[in-house]
Design a protein around this ligand. Structure first.
Ligand SMILES: [Mg+2]
Length: 181
């Protein structure tokens, strides 16, 4: 069994600010609308020191719906990858729920597991929406829900609930204590 562990971050509303309309989160449409969240970089540096691989897994269905240009979505992804030193981004552009890569399905997590030989039981998903947490649960990964108080269905089965990315440090320290005992 592999010892490689990973963090799977959702993108919008987690690593960068979502655009909020009527209480619901939407992706930035282009680089001009992109704003990185305050603690993203700090948390990723912290996790890399602990040997976690850092992945982004993101649904971008607005590309299929043609309300966001693919080249703008790619520019945002490339910017985030470089700025936050992400090991790999996994992106699903589909808008059909039957797509196995589209969250809440676990396809993108399985893809990373296979490619990077990741032990999912030692890994975490971080997301701000129901579909992120479901995808993590479906793949057997521990889940951290960032509650941004959107006006939409919330997940009830996450392993942890936080308000800010900086709380991840506390969670990891607690988890490491458990393994020592
Ligand atoms: Mg999100």
């Amino acid at each position: 069994m592999s010892n490689n562990k990973a963090f799977f971050f959702d993108r919008d509303g987690v690593l960068n600010k979502a655009i909020i309309k009527n209480g619901k989160p939407y992706p930035p449409k282009n680089l001009l609308e992109l704003e990185i969240e305050k603690f993203s970089k700090e948390i990723i540096i912290f996790l890399k020191k602990l040997n976690y691989k850092i992945f982004v897994f993101t649904n971008q269905p607005d590309v299929s719906r043609k309300t966001i240009k693919k080249k703008d979505a790619v520019k945002i992804n490339n910017f985030i990858k470089k700025k936050l030193q992400i090991d790999e981004l996994f992106v699903c552009y589909c808008s059909v729920n039957s797509c196995f890569r589209r969250k809440p399905n676990p396809g993108m997590i399985y893809e990373a597991k296979k490619k990077w030989d990741i032990n999912l039981k030692k890994s975490f998903v971080v997301g701000d929406r129901f579909k992120d947490i479901e995808a993590g649960a479906n793949a057997g990964v521990m889940t951290i829900y960032i509650n941004k108080s959107y006006k939409e269905k919330k997940p009830h089965n996450s392993n942890f609930v936080i308000k800010s990315l900086k709380e991840i440090k506390k969670i990891i320290k607690q988890e490491n204590e458990k393994f020592k005992n």
